[in-house]
Design a protein around this ligand. Structure first.
Ligand SMILES: *Cc1c(COP(=O)(O)O)cnc(C)c1O
Length: 377
């Protein structure tokens, strides 16, 4: 017979310090938020339970949901003509859901193919298009140079009749970012997963913006979708209920990812305290300048993205002697600098310096880079 086993909690890791975390995703989150969550986990306010153990239709959770949405409205200046949805399935689900809703029968949509995620988005649109005699076109691509740049706008082959223009504002893997937001006849659809709320958005160009939370605004499990009402009204009919944006715009249809939304609400509140988007943008510029400055200061390091296409969120670089890269990663880890390995498709090194990455962490990385060069240069 099975003996009952007593549940033994993992001992707390009080003797381990929090390190400088450059993870590309899920990414680092503000410590103050984590501490607040920690204190609220067993008992939230006067509920006598945690926020995870109550109805998602309760007044307490309704307030969390409404507050999170209000923060987004305040931070981005979203008017009433924008719907805010908290969905599941990640940005990867949006790759399919966007064309499912907005690629019309016999129509077309334009895609800017600037990286791995952009390519995956285009692939899903192609799948949807096949069943509708519709096309998803790559209006521009930087695949020829391993996605190391953003193609110049005057080379894009845009279709004036496209239902939308899809672009990936920041290419997490390749360390490139659109310096300027595209301009097109069609409404923009943007995968903003890895730079959402790091800089302002020119809202009137957009029809839909989506972002998986786990890069810049919270833990994994929720995808924020902003959709403009006049664009929402153009969606196709007869869609599966859960994949129809209209379902979620009308009401809270099913159980949302309550813990993820609860944390996002706190991160957004924290972001407001940083001076909102303008405040965080100033800090993000400083961090990026510091790090690219260190890379450009010497031939020992080399940035992999074309200079005018450099990302302020994911800084990708190499060491001239590539054999030193594994040594760099190993020694950095010993110095408390985590997750500096580049994505397997690019190799090399990558430091993700999202909103919640502190200036102090970038300073520590730059100092380590200089010392590493001194010993190995
Ligand atoms: C991480 C990432 C994705 C994939 O997100 P999932 O939530 O894992 O589906 C898509 N697009 C971009 C730009 C990303 O950085």
């Amino acid at each position: 017979m099975m003996q009952p086993v007593e549940y033994e909690p993992t001992p707390p890791s009080a003797d381990h310090a929090r390190l400088h975390n450059f993870s590309a995703g899920p990414g680092t989150l503000p410590l103050v938020v984590m501490e607040e969550v920690k204190s609220e986990i067993p008992i939230y306010g006067d509920l006598g339970s945690s926020i995870m153990e109550i109805s998602h239709r309760s007044p307490a959770y309704t307030k969390v949901d409404e507050d999170a949405k209000q923060h987004l409205r305040d931070l981005l200046g979203l008017g009433d003509d924008w719907h805010i949805l908290f969905l599941q399935g990640g940005a990867s689900m949006q790759f399919h859901q966007v064309p499912l809703n907005f690629l019309p029968e016999g129509g077309s949509a334009d895609y800017l193919n600037t990286g791995e995620w952009a390519r995956k988005a285009l692939k899903e649109a192609t799948i949807v298009g096949k069943s509708r005699n519709a096309t998803a076109r790559a209006a521009a691509s930087s695949e020829d140079k391993n996605y190391s740049y953003i193609p110049d706008a005057d080379t894009w082959d845009l279709d004036d009749d496209a239902a939308y223009l899809h672009y990936t504002s920041n290419n997490t893997i390749f360390g490139t970012q659109f310096a300027d937001e595209p301009e097109a006849n069609a409404p923009l659809v943007c995968d903003a997963s890895s730079d959402f709320l790091s800089r302002p958005l020119t809202l009137d160009r957009y029809g839909l913006i989506y972002a998986g939370a786990q890069k810049n605004i919270g833990p994994a499990g929720v995808t924020v979708v902003l959709v403009k009402d006049n664009v929402l009204q153009t969606r196709q009919s007869g869609l599966p209920t859960m994949l129809d944006y209209g379902t979620h715009a009308a009401k809270m249809f099913n159980t949302p990812p309550v813990f993820a939304v609860y944390m996002v609400e706190k991160v957004l509140r924290w972001l407001k305290d940083q001076g909102g988007i303008r405040g965080i943008q100033t800090l993000n510029d400083r961090k990026a300048d510091l790090l690219y400055g260190a890379i450009d200061a010497t031939d020992f390091y080399r940035g992999t993205a074309r200079v005018d296409s450099r990302s302020k969120m994911n800084v990708t670089f190499r060491i001239a002697d590539e054999n030193l890269e594994p040594v760099f990663i190993e020694q950095a880890k010993k110095e408390g600098l985590l997750a500096l390995k580049g994505h397997r498709s690019v190799g090399g090194l990558r430091a993700s310096i999202y909103n919640a990455c502190e200036l102090e962490s970038v300073e520590a990385l730059v100092q380590f880079m200089q010392e590493f060069q001194r010993h190995n240069g």
